[in-house]
Ligand binder design. Structure first.
Ligand code: DX5
Ligand code: ZN
Length: 226
């Protein structure tokens, strides 16, 4: 499968929404990643359902919704109504994860589970066949523009092995500190979906940044100079 790119709206310029929407639609982005923060699960507050609802008719890509909230079960049908195609809940926020995943699927959405950087992959052993996607956080959630945590490479390899061993269809998504420079090695390590906020929206040419993450630039020709 060709890997997917999901720009994170968190890094967009909210004072220029029309141009940001145009960037998302015109680029080769596969999904739009939407970060929902409640000020409780993470120490930050972002945006919620009304924003998703108003954007939905203008964006022709699936909505990949990353819930960084406590008690996500209370809002599953609201996010469906707001336009979510994939709903991602944190392992650390779900006491009854199996029930939550089931409820997401019953609403007709794809279901994802997210692991914080400190949460080991082996905890997914008994849920991996139920989920459509696993999101590995490669920064501590709550803020854009943070530095990529290198231990994520090890977790990608462990997750890939678990998915293969259990014959799961889950995609591997990586979120946090993803750039044009590390995109290729993340894909080579086994990631299927890359989320990137600042590396896309803060780039001089966001459409080009998506292109470079999607296709990778060939290595520059070796210099003849010795
Ligand atoms: C962080 C969010 C990320 C964030 C990524 O909590 O989950 O999706 O927008 O931002 P960058 O790509 O700037 O690290
Ligand atoms: Zn995210």
């Amino acid at each position: 499968m060709k890997h997917l790119i999901a720009p994170s709206l968190l890094a967009a310029d909210f004072s220029k929404m029309e141009s940001q929407i145009e960037i998302i639609n015109k680029s080769e982005a596969d999904w739009l990643h939407l970060d929902i923060m409640d000020g409780r699960f993470v120490p930050n507050i972002s945006f919620g359902m009304p924003i998703l609802k108003s954007l939905r008719p203008h964006i022709d890509k699936p909505f990949d919704v990353h819930l960084m909230i406590v008690e996500p079960d209370n809002y599953i049908s609201d996010f469906k109504k707001a336009g979510a195609d994939l709903l991602n809940v944190h392992y650390e926020a779900c006491t009854h994860l199996h029930r939550t995943i089931d409820a997401i699927k019953k609403e007709g959405m794809q279901a994802g589970v997210t692991l914080n950087p400190h949460t080991p992959v082996f905890l997914l052993e008994d849920i991996i066949t139920e989920v459509d996607l696993v999101l590995l956080m490669s920064v501590n959630p709550g803020f854009g523009g943070q530095k990529f945590i290198e231990n994520t490479y090890k977790k990608i390899a462990e997750l890939k092995a678990l998915i293969e061993r259990k014959h799961s269809r889950a995609l591997i998504q990586v979120d946090g500190g993803v750039t044009v420079s590390n995109a290729q090695s993340l894909i080579n390590s086994g990631a299927d979906v890359l989320v990137a906020g600042s590396a896309i929206f803060n780039a001089p040419n966001p459409i080009q940044a998506v292109k470079e993450m999607k296709h990778f630039l060939p290595d520059p020709p070796a210099s003849n100079l010795v």
